[in-house]
Design a protein around this ligand. Structure first.
Ligand code: LMR
Length: 409
């Protein structure tokens, strides 16, 4: 039977979805549409975190194109692979991430749809293991971190770690806030290239965080989404490797979006290290059960490309060379920004795609409306959205607002 929506009966039936309240648009994804709709030729897109080359494009990497051609030639089936995805992909990527540090039977790795899928799968696993666990997240962070853990049913807690005035780490504040963390709580850590601040913990601070987790029974959950875009593949994985060496239980959410430029193909992985091989067995079965109910199986295409690249010496060398060029471009722009004004000098020592500027909401709106400069609502800029010629234009538009921010303090 169908119901005539204009009938009196329809008017008295309760609307089962009326309890939903409208949600605000995602702050970062909303910028894509805003920038696209702006007709001004000189507009500058420093919004969503995608790498851009000198001509402002986000190209498909040559190594990815070559792997794609090979995949089309050789793939003879698109049959299901299973909830763990492409096992050879996860194994090849584990060597890039962990080096020799993690080839043991306590480690479970599965392919996921992007880093977000890995975070959500890890969050669901943690919630299933201990619903009372709280997730400690440094402020500021990527705006999707909190919702991912909250949607999995876990309570999130904020801790300080960043001093916006000096644009540097405030480690004492972080340790003070984490004094409230309980055994079994989770500590979310950005493995490298912090999003949105670009700041990095020193080796000693990483070591102190590992010691804190060990002493207090906290579970580190590392989010590594920019390996190779900070100081290089090995250096960017050093903190993750140290954490996994130091703690019996640890999680890692990995994304290939940026370092393979595979954004829309959604390529990621989750690794869970357990304290014993027996626990690892049940972790694995729970991870697979959860993945099955979340997305059943991850999309294959992008992960197959990563596997082809990592298994082939020539393609791998080509990918690494391309990644080096990307990193050099970002770090060159960091130098240029830092040289342009002393108030931007901290940007040179930061790493990854992002830096955070101390700008008011009004200043961010004015930069967009008057100058066509797009940035995240918290003052985060994607440095890769600049090029050497636009740095002076950007800095000139920015400086009056930095002056105003200084006066307001
Ligand atoms: C970003 O932080 O801009 C990217 O990671 C894109 C996203 O999904 O938010």
């Amino acid at each position: 039977m169908t119901i005539d929506l204009s009938s009196p009966l329809a008017a008295i039936l309760p609307d089962p979805l009326a309890s939903l309240t409208a949600q605000p648009a995602d702050a970062l994804l909303g910028l894509i549409a805003l920038h696209r709709a702006d007709p001004r030729p000189g507009k500058i897109d420093l919004g969503v975190g995608v790498f851009r080359d000198d001509s402002g494009r986000t190209p498909v990497m040559h190594s990815v194109k070559a792997a794609e051609a090979r995949l089309i030639d050789t793939q003879d089936s698109k049959s299901y692979l299973g909830a763990e995805g492409d096992v050879a992909y996860t194994e090849a990527l584990a060597a890039v991430v962990f080096g020799g540090h993690a080839s043991h039977d306590r480690l479970t790795g599965v392919q996921t749809p992007g880093g977000t899928g890995a975070l959500r799968l890890g969050a669901e696993l943690l919630a299933r293991a201990n619903r009372a666990a709280r997730v400690w997240i440094g402020t500021p962070t990527w705006p999707n971190h909190g919702p991912i853990f909250a949607e999995a049913g876990l309570e999130t807690r904020s801790h300080r770690f960043f001093d916006p005035i000096t644009a540097s780490i405030d480690f004492a504040a972080m340790i003070e806030d984490l004094a409230e963390a309980r055994a079994g709580d989770v500590l979310l850590l950005h493995g490298c290239c912090h999003n949105p601040t670009g700041v990095s913990f020193s080796r000693d601070q990483w070591r102190a965080l590992a010691d804190l987790c060990a002493a207090r029974g906290l579970i580190p959950f590392v989010d590594l989404a920019y390996q190779g875009l900070g100081d290089g593949l090995t250096d960017d994985a050093a903190a993750t490797r140290m954490i996994f060496d130091a703690l019996p239980t640890a999680l890692l959410a990995y994304s290939c979006d940026k370092n393979f430029g595979l954004y829309r193909d959604r390529v990621g992985a989750l690794w869970v290290q357990s304290s014993s091989a027996a626990t690892a067995g049940s972790v694995r079965s729970n991870v697979l059960t959860l993945a099955r109910s979340l997305w059943s199986m991850p999309p294959d295409h992008g992960a197959a490309l990563v596997r082809i690249i990592l298994e082939d010496e020539t393609l791998r060398a080509q990918w690494e060379a391309e990644l080096n060029v990307m990193r050099a471009r970002i770090n060159g722009l960091r130098q240029a920004l830092a040289a342009a004004d002393s108030r931007l000098s901290t940007i040179a020592a930061q790493r990854g795609m992002f830096a955070m500027l101390p700008l008011s909401t009004n200043a961010i709106a004015t930069l967009r409306e008057d100058h066509g400069i797009y940035m995240a609502p918290n003052g985060r800029i994607n440095i890769a959205g600049l090029h050497t010629e636009t740095v002076p234009t950007f800095v000139q538009a920015l400086l009056p607002h930095l002056d105003a921010a200084e006066e307001a303090r």
